[in-house]
Design a protein around this ligand. Structure first.
Ligand code: A3P
Length: 294
C-alpha cells in the first residue's frame, strides 16, 4: 500500500495514500484500495446516475443530502452517510449494487470519473466554495480525523494547502480542471452550484437543482428540503451517524461551522496577502466568480 507521510516545513506530516501521483484519503476497509481507485474510470454507469463533484470541504455532504431527497421525490432524511456513495471510498461491487437512481459523489478530477458516465451524459452537479473557507475547513478535517495522524499548526498548514500537499491535490488544479471541462464541452449537462449561494438563498438554489434534474416540485417540497438540510438540522441528525472511533477524542465534527467567512477568524494579514498573491496568479484567467463573504 503506497501510504505516504507528506511533511510541511516544520516536519509535521499528513498520512495519505498516493495513487499515480495524486494524494487520496486512505480507507483501510476497501481491500487493495489503490487499485480500486485506479479502476473508477472503467465503472459502468446508468443513464439516470447523478454525479456530485466537489473539492473536499466544499459542501459535498449538504449537496448529496439535497440531491438525494430530490431524486427520491421525498423530503425525508436520507439514511446513511454520503461516504457510502463516494466513488473513491467504495468498491465497484457496491457502486454496481446501489439502487437507481444513484446519486454518487466524488472529489476526483474529470479525467478520473467513470468514462461511461460522461459517454452517457449523466447529469453532473459541480459544487464550488471559496478556497479561504475551504482551507480552514480542510485544516480542521485533517486535525480531527485520526487516519491522517496530523498534529500540525494552522500557520504551517496554509502553505501546504496552497501547494496542494493534501488529499485530492491542489484546489487550484482541481478548480481549473473542472472549469476547463465546462469550457471544452459547453453542452454537457453540468450545473455549477456555489456554496455561498446555497447559504444565502437555499430555496432558490434547490429549485435550480430540481429544474436541472427535471424533478417535479412545488414550494412546500422545496421548503421542506431546505429546512431538513439546514446546517443545524443536518448536524444534529447526521453527525451521530459518523463513526466516533475515527475522530479525535471520539467526537465527530463533520458539521463544524457551516458559514461563509469563517476564514476571517483564522487568517492573519500576512497569510491573507500570501493567499491573495497565489490566488490571483493561479486564477487570473479563470471565469470562476467566488464570494469570500456575504
Ligand atoms: P466547515 O468546516 O466550514 O463548517 P464537505 O461536505 O465537502 O466535506 O464540506 C464540509 C463543509 O460543509 C463543512 O464546513 C461543513 O460544516 C459544511 N456543511 C455541511 N453541511 C452543511 C449545511 N447543511 N449547510 C452549510 N454548510 C454545511
Amino acid at each position: 500500500m503506497p501510504v505516504v507521510r507528506v511533511p510541511d516545513e516544520s516536519g509535521n506530516t499528513l498520512t495519505l495514500l498516493e495513487v499515480d501521483g495524486t494524494y487520496r484519503a486512505g480507507n483501510s476497509s476497501v481491500p487493495d484500495h489503490e487499485n480500486e481507485i485506479r479502476s473508477i474510470p472503467t465503472w459502468q454507469a446508468r443513464d439516470d446516475d447523478v454525479l456530485i463533484c466537489a473539492y473536499p470541504k466544499s459542501g459535498t455532504h449538504w449537496l448529496w443530502e439535497v440531491t438525494s431527497m430530490l431524486t427520491r421525490n421525498k423530503a425525508e432524511r436520507i439514511p446513511g452517510v454520503k461516504e457510502s456513495a463516494m466513488l473513491e471510498l467504495i468498491q465497484q461491487s457496491r457502486f454496481d449494487n446501489l439502487p437507481s437512481p444513484r446519486v454518487v459523489n466524488t472529489h476526483v478530477q474529470y479525467g478520473q470519473v467513470p468514462k461511461d458516465m460522461l459517454d452517457r451524459r449523466c447529469k453532473i452537479l459541480y459544487m464550488i466554495r471559496n478556497p479561504k473557507d475551504v482551507s480552514v475547513s480542510f485544516y480542521n478535517h485533517h486535525v480531527n480525523l485520526l487516519d491522517y495522524e496530523f498534529t500540525g499548526s494552522w500557520e504551517h498548514y496554509l502553505p501546504r494547502f496552497l501547494r496542494g500537499d493534501v488529499d485530492c491535490g491542489s484546489w487550484f488544479d482541481f478548480t481549473l480542471s473542472w472549469e476547463n471541462f465546462i469550457l471544452q464541452i459547453p453542452d454537457y449537462p453540468i450545473l455549477v452550484i456555489y456554496y455561498e449561494d446555497m447559504k444565502s438563498n437555499p430555496v432558490l438554489e434547490i429549485e435550480r437543482i430540481a429544474t436541472f434534474l427535471e424533478v417535479p416540485y412545488d414550494d412546500v417540497f422545496i421548503q421542506s428540503i431546505a429546512q431538513l438540510c439546514d446546517f443545524n438540522t443536518m448536524k444534529s441528525d447526521k453527525e451521530p451517524l459518523e463513526d466516533a472511533d475515527d475522530w479525535r477524542g471520539g467526537k465527530p465534527d463533520m458539521y463544524r461551522r457551516g458559514e461563509v467567512g469563517d476564514w476571517k477568524n483564522w487568517f492573519i494579514v500576512g497569510q491573507n496577502d500570501l493567499f491573495d498573491t497565489v490566488y490571483f496568479e493561479r486564477m487570473q484567467n479563470s471565469k470562476t466568480n467566488l464570494r469570500f463573504s456575504l
